[in-house]
Design a protein around this ligand. Sequence first.
Ligand code: FES
Length: 135
Amino acid sequence: MTNGLGRRAVLASACGIACGAALTGCAGYGPGRVTAEPVAAGTPLAATADVPVGGGVILADQDTVLTQPVEGEFKAFTATCTHQGCVVATVTDTINCTCHGSVYALADGSVVSGPAPSPLAEKAITVAGGSIALA
Ligand code: FES
């Protein structure tokens, strides 16, 4: 009887780990998901020189994508895709989520093509002395 309980305990434990991992993945915390802590206002994000004109950079650990749609105009958006919460993966002449193919505009974070249901949320920034910071 003791052996039976021990066996059930081991099976329950193994299922707890495996099932927990499976549920965690389904709940939206798998690879590529945002786990960033909020960044305080005034915290420098990047140098303006690090953000290409007509492109951008992804700061995944700060849940932010910085873009420079035209020279001297900088924008910041959340890096969390509005479809299912992946971190956007690349910035070309658009902001791209490779999880399911959503594409966003550099200038305003609007959806260029889905399945994303809504734009990337814009973040307020300040640009001074060659540095970009959250406002
Ligand atoms: S999570 Fe980005 S396209 Fe699905």
